[in-house]
Design a protein around this ligand. Structure first.
Ligand code: DC
Length: 240
């Protein structure tokens, strides 16, 4: 394998259901990097807001909440399918942040510039803390525009909804496919049309279309792109 630097960030952005978290976690393992899913921060703020009855359009209250909430993301403490433990003020909310009510409100909450600003420094610190694979919507464009590798994962709405449908069925629920598709379409629209760091590929991102591809295929493709790019960084002696 090509020599890779001791410190780098691989930014993986893309819409819901494009496979960012599965692919990101596997890629991180392969490159001996830390995996970090920034979506959990927005989800934690949304859950905390719902619990406090703060409406998703109350920009000031949400920004204040995002600024003071203590969210910890740690190595998984048990083997129940979680990628990490997510704690709010010490309480394990790993699965609660995946609830339908959080799904429904998180795009609106995360569209507020004040909420995004409150979460920016923490993401930058984590992203620059070593070898990191960071997934989200705006990592390559706004959080770490100088990331060494930028990937934008694509998949059709139909395919992404199908994957989410299968995930939920596998987890034992009886989802409605059309509801999932509509909810995803709604979130795509809010995430990509918001004024503050909308979902879009960075100018220098590599677009990776995952329609019809297995997870292993996608991980292989991204690992190959990353190795070339990180090899160039080492060769050029760029500070990492
Ligand atoms: O990836 P996810 O579905 O867990 O993300 C939940 C929401 O969080 C998503 O709809 C938009 C928001 N988000 C964001 O605005 N910026 C990020 N970097 C990550 C997530």
């Amino acid at each position: 394998m090509t020599e890779i630097p001791g410190r780098f960030t691989i930014a993986i952005d893309g819409p819901a259901g494009a496979g960012k978290s599965t692919v990101g976690e596997r890629l991180a393992k392969r490159l001996h990097a830390v995996y970090f899913d920034t979506g959990v921060l927005y989800r934690a703020v949304t859950l905390a807001a719902l619990r406090r009855n703060i409406p998703p359009d109350d920009a000031d209250a949400l920004a204040e909440l995002a600024g003071k909430l203590v969210v910890a993301v740690k190595r998984p403490s048990c083997d129940d399918g979680r990628q990490s433990d997510v704690l709010i003020d010490g309480e394990d909310v790993t699965w609660e942040i995946r609830s339908a009510s959080v799904d429904h409100n998180v795009s609106e909450v995360s569209a507020h510039p004040g909420v995004r600003a409150a979460l920016l420094d923490a993401q930058r610190r984590i992203g620059r803390s070593g070898r990191v694979v960071m997934v989200g919507r705006d990592i390559g464009t706004a959080v770490l525009p100088d990331a060494e590798v930028k990937i934008y994962l694509l998949a059709s709405l139909q395919e992404r909804a199908r994957r989410r449908y299968e995930q939920l069925r596998f987890a034992g629920s009886t989802p409605d496919f059309d509801d999932i598709l509509e909810e995803m379409r709604r979130r795509d629209t809010i995430d990509s049309e918001r004024a503050a760091s909308p979902l879009r590929p960075a100018a220098d991102a590599v677009l990776v279309d995952t329609d019809g591809c297995s997870i292993d295929d996608v991980v292989d493709r991204i690992a190959a792109i990353a190795e070339v790019r990180l090899g160039d960084v080492v060769e050029a002696g760029q500070p990492t």
